[in-house]
Write a protein that binds this ligand. Structure first.
Ligand code: NAP
Length: 309
């Protein structure tokens, strides 16, 4: 088993990383580092530098912090010769992401910039189905209730927290995985509450190399049914990827996942990390982050009603 330390024991660490590691035959959760969070029965540290000095034997570190504080931890871990797994988004800026990728390469260490939504059950099947089709139009609809999913998370509204792009980048990670062609952003509108730094909604239009109309709508004000859908119309039928990539319909008929795909997003991320370590490789695709950066560069800002948790 490979010893690993989890850093930033908050919502995603406790909801997903700890159960994925505890149920794995490949990984041993050997330590945690967090100013306040702990995992029962696991050695805990409050200070990251002290941890790096105290446990040089733990070679792999998984960082579950929000994006702004995460870079300093990732850089320190790589400089201390540790392999690193990053929660999404991989950084607060593209420069941070690229610097970490270069550092990992120069240190001959594994860096894995994870995209948990790419590990959703039906994403590989959607990619395979789209591979030989001609795309006519594609619509992403990612609408959820921020009060339900991010209660009290102030960082998400701050610069570098991404606002509605925190879930929106999950959709973009799927989009950039399943489409055979590269897109670039053409225009965007960002709706920003007058008391916040980050957008609560965004509408994006992309240029597709063969002229398909590709758009995305992200909204955090969805109180009823939560919607995480990608609909693609092609020359040979229509694909609906629903429930964040968990279900796929072709012309209205549901297709089921293979048994391997049913193990869950985070177990698959850790299986991939084990593979990367075994082969000495890195996996650092920053394309979803590039689209978000472009939206912040190009987007029209529309100030909307203030938002209170
Ligand atoms: P969170 O619970 O608000 O924060 C995670 C932990 O990070 C906190 O418990 C905190 O631990 C530490 N932390 C926060 N601010 C810090 C700072 N300035 N310096 C050092 N440590 C700090 O966030 P989360 O929801 O788990 O999200 C973390 C990352 O996972 C984000 O990038 C998010 O996009 C991604 N993610 C989240 C979800 C989700 O459902 N929440 C799903 C998928 C991915 P201590 O205070 O104890 O040190």
């Amino acid at each position: 088993m490979i010893d690993i330390a989890l850093v930033g024991i908050g919502k995603i660490a406790l909801d997903q990383h700890v159960p994925a590691l505890k149920s794995s035959d490949a990984w041993n959760l050997a330590a945690t580092v967090s100013r306040s969070g702990k995992v029962k029965g696991v050695e805990s540290h409050a200070d990251f530098d002290a941890f790096l000095k105290a446990r040089p034997d733990i070679r792999v570190i998984s960082l579950c912090l929000p994006p702004v504080p995460r870079f300093d931890y990732a850089e320190a871990a790589l400089r201390a010769g540790r392999h690193v797994m990053l929660e999404k988004p991989p950084g607060a800026t593209l420069s941070e992401c690229e610097k970490l990728a270069e550092l990992a390469q120069s240190q001959r260490l594994t860096l894995y910039a994870t995209w948990h939504s790419r590990a959703a059950a039906m994403v590989p099947a959607a990619k395979e189905w789209l591979a030989d089709k001609s795309l006519k139009r594609l619509q992403v609809t990612w609408k959820e209730d921020v009060r339900r999913w991010h209660p009290g998370q102030d960082w998400i509204w701050e610069p570098g927290g991404l606002g509605v792009f925190d879930p929106g980048i999950n959709a973009l990670s799927i989009l950039t995985e399943i489409l055979p062609d590269k897109l670039h952003l053409k225009n965007a509108t960002l709706e920003v509450p007058e008391n916040k730094q980050g957008p609560i909604a965004a509408a994006l239009d992309f240029v597709h190399p063969h002229g398909a109309k590709v758009s995305a709508d992200f909204d955090w004000r969805q109180e009823d049914d939560q919607i995480w859908q990608i609909e693609a119309v092609t020359d040979a039928g229509a694909l609906l990827l629903d429930e964040g990539g968990g279900r796929m319909f072709i012309d209205g008929q549901e297709h089921s996942a293979s048994a391997a795909a049913l193990s869950g997003e985070y177990p698959r991320l850790y299986a991939r990390m084990a593979e990367l370590l075994a082969t000495g490789a890195c996996d650092t695709d920053f394309e979803p982050m590039r689209h978000v950066a472009d939206a912040f560069l190009l987007g029209h800002r529309k100030i909307v009603d203030p938002f209170y948790d």
